[in-house]
Design a protein around this ligand. Sequence first.
Ligand SMILES: [Zn+2]
Length: 144
Amino acid sequence: MKYWGYFAAKITGLVVFLSALWPLVKRLLPRQEAFFHLSPMWHDLGYTTGVYAFWMLAAGLAYLVVWDQRYRCRTCARRLVMPITKGSWSRMFLFGKPHTEYICPFGHGTLKVPDLQLTGKESPDWAEHQDIWTELETLGSDKR
Ligand SMILES: [Zn+2]
């Protein structure tokens, strides 16, 4: 819930930012002169280029929002840390396919991002951990 709420907040923030930026960009675009009452889009190179530049900025920021969200914990929405490479490129059958694992700093789960895409785009695999304190207590109770 926190994960999707954070994502919705980022998308909302992006929309608000772009909505506030658009009037400023529109003011900076070259003034269009009335030419048979045509829209300046497609008929004025400077205006069309400015609109496309704004659109590219918006698309780039949206990509960054989604990219950032992929590497966040699904439980607490914090950035995943400590990437480690596992598997082997030369001994895949022995050690598994190469992939990178990221963990939540609070131990909520592990994200496995495949480094090798043999059968098309493979999506990252999120594995939620059990409660680490319960696990530690069971380890400690075995020694007694
Ligand atoms: Zn977490």
